[in-house]
Write a protein that binds this ligand. Structure first.
Ligand SMILES: [Zn+2]
Length: 226
């Protein structure tokens, strides 16, 4: 948010910074044009550690916990098909836009990782997130301390392997889990938010096998029943 604010100021400088502080003020038309340029550069892509050039968004609405059963999705996409009868399921019951996949990437900001340990899913703020398989909650971070913000980790034993699923950047106040809780597939984890190191509402989702992150899209594709 701070960065976006600074960027907006930077964009406005060419119109406002006429030589000499006593020069004519920029016309209102000039300001309008600058604003339109900023909007034109905006993209719908939202992922962690990615600086998107866009106008300041409206103030975030207060946290609203949407029950998973309502299945309210702001944005859907044909990225996967969930099977509500499968013992392993996608974090969302409907296919949603995926803005960033697993693996090496150009570091999206100074200090950002050049290796993305998960995938970024973009159904829109407030969308319910579901547990992907039965397991035990090992991390339930309800407050935003940076990093993954409000997030949860769940451990599963699948095909004899220790699998960990990670759900990051959730909406403050939306976390439904507590550490040590036994959960089943389809239970609500929380709601999509923008907490931690994130520039837009999205779910950062990871899968670890014996502690090592792997491509979660490939893993889910292989494990969710058709
Ligand atoms: Zn991510």
């Amino acid at each position: 948010m701070t960065f976006i604010g600074l960027l907006a100021v930077t964009l406005a400088i060419p119109a406002a910074a006429a030589p000499g502080s006593n020069g004519p003020l920029p016309t209102s038309a000039g300001w309008v044009t600058q604003t339109l340029v900023a909007n034109g550069a905006a993209t719908a892509v939202q992922r962690d550690g990615y600086s998107v050039t866009e106008a300041p968004p409206p103030p975030p609405p207060p946290p609203v916990v949407v029950p998973a059963a309502t299945n309210v999705f702001a944005r859907t996409a044909d990225t996967f098909t969930n099977n509500p009868s499968s013992p392993i399921q996608w974090p969302f019951t409907t296919g949603v836009p995926i803005s960033d996949g697993f693996g090496p990437r150009v570091a999206p900001c100074g200090g950002c990782s050049s290796y993305h340990k998960g995938m970024d899913m973009n159904p829109g703020q407030g969308t319910p997130i579901q547990v992907v398989a039965e397991g035990v909650v090992t991390v339930a971070q309800a407050s935003d301390n940076g990093g993954l913000g409000v997030y949860a980790e769940i451990e599963h034993v699948i095909d004899g392997q220790r699998i960990t699923s990670v759900y990051g950047h959730m909406l403050e106040g939306s976390l439904q889990l507590t550490e040590g809780q036994v959960v089943t597939v389809g239970e609500q984890v929380g709601n999509v938010g923008n907490t931690g190191t994130s520039t837009g509402a999205h779910l950062h989702f990871e899968i670890h096998v014996d502690g090592a992150p792997i491509d979660p899209y490939a893993w889910l594709t292989a494990h969710v029943l058709p």
